[in-house]
Ligand binder design. Structure first.
Ligand code: NAD
Length: 244
């Protein structure tokens, strides 16, 4: 499939996990792809890496400007950089609340703000935000993380409304539990990582974790010109977690 032939894309958090799988898939489907990450060095040809911290407005603006210059424009923004947080409203500190919101929500706002002027010049402009089933699932020990993803969900719908007349589509994917380095780190921190993984898999309706490639396929679907009539939607990629 070459539906991204002639198009350009920027993927934040594209050096690992879901972002890395997405950047690779968009490139295989014909896009010229730039990756924005804290440390983009794992990214190799044909992807180009740009170092930036999404909590730092100046670094985001500089990386977006450099990427758009090198790509020759911008058609697709995949707003994916994010971090996890465990705890309740009593156990997470104010500093943690501010920091996780700064990365997961304001990071997407800053990146979108820097990209929108370029997306307006595209005939196939699309933004895909990486949200989570946590936005609506009511998961224990995830108050802070879930609140950030609830904000990403609302942001997606509001941005879709704001920019539809400009020809810019805005959607999000809501992954379930995805087998990425992030989940690997969580499992490694458990007393018995193998038992913890087995328990996690047993909680999935499919009996296995979602793969990063499966989320990437959903992101590509929403970003593709083939989805020109789709905006303001959330696509669950959760192996049936929410529906079953
Ligand atoms: P990951 O840790 O493998 O990758 C995240 C990437 O984001 C890393 O390369 C990291 O360097 C980058 N990043 C983090 N903070 C950044 C910052 N301040 N500036 C720039 N880049 C930064 O994680 P992943 O599992 O691939 O997660 C990607 C997205 O998917 C996140 O938004 C996460 O909330 C979401 N998500 C993940 C899961 C899951 O189960 N893994 C489920 C639902 C949603």
């Amino acid at each position: 499939m070459s539906d991204f032939e002639g198009l350009t894309a920027l993927v934040t958090g594209g050096a690992s996990g879901i972002g890395r799988a997405t950047a690779g898939l968009l490139a295989r489907r014909g896009a010229k792809v730039a990756v924005l990450d804290l440390d983009p060095s794992p990214v190799g040809d044909p992807l180009t890496g740009y170092a930036a911290d999404v909590t730092d407005d100046a670094s985001v603006r500089a990386a977006v400007a450099a990427a758009v210059h090198d790509l020759g424009g911008l058609d697709v923004l995949v707003n994916n950089a994010g971090i996890g947080a465990q705890g309740t409203v009593e156990t997470n500190s104010d500093a943690e609340w501010h920091h996780v919101f700064d990365v997961n929500v304001f990071g997407m706002v800053r990146t979108a703000r820097a990209c929108l002027p370029h997306l307006r010049a595209s005939a196939h402009a699309a933004i895909v935000n990486t949200c989570s089933i946590a936005a609506t699932a009511g998961l224990p020990q995830r108050a802070l993380y879930s609140a950030t993803k609830g904000a990403v969900y609302s942001l997606t719908l509001a941005m879709a409304a704001d920019h539809v007349r400009e020809g810019i589509r805005v959607n999000c994917v809501n992954p379930g539990t995805v087998d990425t380095p992030w989940v690997g780190r969580l499992l490694d921190a458990a007393d018995d990582p193998a038992a913890e993984r087995a328990a996690l898999e047993a909680r999935q309706p499919t009996g296995r974790l979602v793969t990063a490639d499966e989320v990437a396929a959903a992101v590509a679907h929403l970003a593709s010109p083939l989805s020109a009539a789709i905006t303001g939607t959330a696509l669950a990629v959760d192996g049936g977690m929410q529906g079953l």
